[in-house]
Design a protein around this ligand. Structure first.
Ligand code: ADP
Ligand code: MG
Length: 688
């Protein structure tokens, strides 16, 4: 604590510590607990924010910056506007206020006058505020003189103006994070390597990191962001470039045969023209020995899974294997529940591989080829699962393309890969970012589908929402209730969901059969709940966002999302996609906190959902709204995993990133590990 300003020399770029001797980038992997003042408790709180290493800390992006305020003479202090004053400490005093509170008061004088400035609960400050110390204070006139919100001691000028505000939790304040970042920069700035050539017209990476956290002004902060965005895009492009193994050979699968013909027959519906077109495109790819790299893009419920299964069966009918991979076990199970009955009616052996029971036997079946289709998480091809002859891999909801596939390469043979996503990146952006992916789009859902009617009501009318939900239940339909996204950790979220399910079954949902689904259930329990809901043994599923993707129960026609304002737009759209999957008219009721409490952005999000059910339109809206914003929730679920890039603003960087990536692709430099690291970080943030 007392070392807060040690080593800090100011924010001007050139005054930042220059590297002495060799940079040691490995040191950035040191745990945050190697920083002064970080003990076990703080380290744990930081971990909850996704910060484990010094690198994580340096890359923790401020959500915004405190705007600059006017610096005025002390004699002109008036009113309650936030301002800055600067002067010298005349004297300082520390007092106790009751058992647990202290107040430090310093008299500060400038040429025009003097005032008492007070700090609460920071007793150690008394030591530092020796008479004669120069201070710059930001705050406002209050009851005890000047209420200090932030301050600089000596010549530092970082705190008061353009101070970063982090997406912090209540347990780690922005001020605390600022201190930590400062310490990290002081100790580690020299370890930051600059992998890109110097002639970028953007600051070097090291300076960008410093300026990200302590910019002198808005322009510097924005330049820093852009530089880090460029790094991020280069890493992404490298992933793409490296996964493009020019020598990889896939099995050419010829033309569609008997099995897929029977598949079409067992489907209880005709494929839509969009699905047919996607299938034609996939068939063309599969006939080649160049491995397919195709993105199947379509809104939630548009019928992608049906197409994906087609591709998998194409492998099976050639005597080879298919793999279907989802980002979480719940989703994998869900896919399995959808896909397995169809496979079984076709006489195709389909297995589910999860971390738990029976894994050895299943692995064995996969390795010997007894299993023709394997469903699981991405671990299916990331880890040591051996396939007898994997020909087609479908990867669901995974934006971090390439790596899995690269790892799956065996003896020069690569599977054909179909990436599915229901979180539509606007088409142009998808093409620019994932430059080498072919895109198939299912632009329209099946015709029998009625768009979900969405309504937004304030909390005061939530009882009406439940009344409406009961009408559906009484008509034999089923429903979802999505719990608020208030908790940071999955475990606490699960506990909150449990409590909420209990409360509901005693109150609004009394007399109905209520089930509970959250991320902390054991696999078997989760599977059982899903089965019960699917078979109509439960009326209502109270759930966390684990139902976001993949759950498919056409009889569920209404959904209530509690505290919907806390969710991101992409997430809400995904959630809403769980209803409206049958021919019935379906409803999504977004219950928000009191409307007057909501930010403009939150209101716009909810309004956008009411107005359109088109995922592509919503994706564009989200990009616009995200200008300022953080997506809510621990999971940065959204249209990209990019941390610094703002796709709306940085289109010019994409082109540059692609050129740089092409140059760096085969270079043995500091970039070698960067793409993997980035993917790891993204995994960590997205799926932890
Ligand atoms: P996605 O994977 O894009 O979310 P799914 O493939 O899961 O969509 O399909 C959503 C629902 O629509 C499923 O219940 C599926 O059986 C049904 N479905 C898919 N294609 C059609 C179609 N052509 N006609 C009618 N229903 C369809
Ligand atoms: Mg689906």
């Amino acid at each position: 604590m007392t070392r807060m300003h040690a080593g800090f020399t100011g924010v001007v770029q050139t005054s930042w510590p220059r590297p002495r001797g060799w940079a040691r980038p490995g040191r950035l992997d040191a745990g945050v607990d190697t920083l002064p003042g970080v003990g076990a408790t703080l380290a744990k709180r930081l971990r909850a924010l996704g910060i484990e290493t010094v690198r994580d800390l340096l890359l923790h992006r401020p959500r915004r910056y405190e705007r600059a305020v006017e610096e005025i003479p002390i004699s002109q202090l008036w009113g309650d506007e936030e301002v800055a004053i600067a002067g010298e400490v005349v004297d300082v005093r520390s007092r106790r206020l009751g058992a647990h509170r202290t107040i430090v008061t310093a008299h500060v004088r400038d040429a025009s006058g003097a005032i008492g400035a007070s700090w609460f609960n920071q007793p150690w400050l008394a030591e530092k505020l020796k008479p004669g110390t120069h201070l710059r204070l930001r705050g406002r006139l209050g009851r005890y003189g000047f209420d200090v919100r932030s301050y600089d001691i000596g010549s530092a000028r970082a705190t008061a103006d353009f101070a970063p505000v982090y997406p912090a939790s209540e347990q780690v304040t922005s001020a605390r994070l600022r201190e930590l970042v400062r310490a990290a920069l002081a100790a580690h700035a020299a370890d930051v390597l600059d992998p890109l050539p110097a002639e970028l017209e953007l600051p070097p990476r090291r300076d960008a990191l410093a300026a990200l956290h302590f910019p002198a002004d808005e322009r510097q902060a924005e330049e820093a962001r852009r530089r880090l965005a460029l790094d991020e895009l280069v890493a992404l492009q490298l992933v793409v470039a490296r996964s493009r193994d020019e020598d990889a050979v896939a099995a050419a699968l010829g033309s569609p045969g008997q099995l897929v013909a029977r598949y079409r027959e067992v489907l209880p519906f005709e494929l839509t023209p969009h699905q047919e077109r996607a299938i034609t495109e996939i068939d063309l790819d599969l006939a080649q020995t160049v491995p397919m790299q195709r993105l199947l893009q379509g809104d939630v419920g548009s019928g992608k899974t049906v197409v994906a299964l087609y591709a998998l069966l194409r492998a099976v009918e050639e005597g080879r294997q298919g793999a279907l991979m989802a980002p979480t076990e719940t989703l994998a199970e869900q896919h399995f529940l959808t896909v397995e009955p169809i496979c079984s009616s076709l006489g195709v052996r389909c297995v589910l591989l999860t971390g738990s029971v029976g894994a050895a036997k299943v692995r064995d079946e996969i390795a010997t080829g007894v299993a023709q289709i394997a469903v699981g998480t991405h671990a299916l091809i990331q880890r040591d699962v051996e396939f007898a002859d994997l020909a087609v891999a479908v990867i669901d909801e995974q934006h971090r393309f390439g790596v899995e596939q690269r790892r799956a390469l065996a003896e020069g043979r690569a599977p054909h890969v179909l990436h599915m996503t229901a979180t539509p990146i606007p088409r142009t952006l998808a093409l620019t970012i994932y430059g080498d992916l072919a895109v198939s789009e299912i632009a329209k859902p099946p015709a029998n589908r009625k768009p979900v009617v969405t309504a937004w009501v304030g909390a005061e009318r939530s009882s009406e929402a439940y009344a409406r939900l009961r009408v559906h239940l009484d008509a034999g339909r089923q429903a979802y209730v999505v719990c608020p996204l208030i908790e940071q950790s999955e475990t606490r979220l699960a506990r909150a969901a449990e409590a909420e399910a209990e409360r509901l079954s005693r109150a609004e949902l009394r007399g109905y059969r209520v089930g509970l689904l959250h991320g902390r259930l054991k696999t078997a329990e989760r599977r059982e709940v899903m089965r019960q809901f699917k078979e109509g043994e439960l009326d209502v599923l109270v759930a966390t966002t684990v139902i976001e993707v993949g759950v498919d129960v056409p009889n569920a026609t209404i959904m209530i999302v509690q505290e919907a304002d806390r969710f991101g737009l992409a997430q809400l759209h995904q959630l809403r996609g769980r209803v409206g999957r049958g021919a019935e008219q379906s409803y999504c009721l977004l219950v928000s906190r009191d409307k007057v409490e909501l930010t403009d952005v939150a209101q716009s999000r909810l309004q956008a959902l009411v107005e359109t059910s088109d995922g592509f339109e919503l994706a564009e809206t989200d990009l616009e709204l995200r200008g300022e914003g953080q997506l809510l929730g621990t999971r940065q679920s959204g249209w990209s995993d990019l941390r610094f890039t703002r796709l709306g603003l940085d289109r010019d960087l994409l082109g540059r990133a692609r050129v740089l990536a092409a140059e760096l692709r085969d270079e043995d430099g500091p970039w070698q590990d960067e793409p993997d690291r980035m993917l790891r970080d993204a995994d960590h943030r997205g799926l932890a």
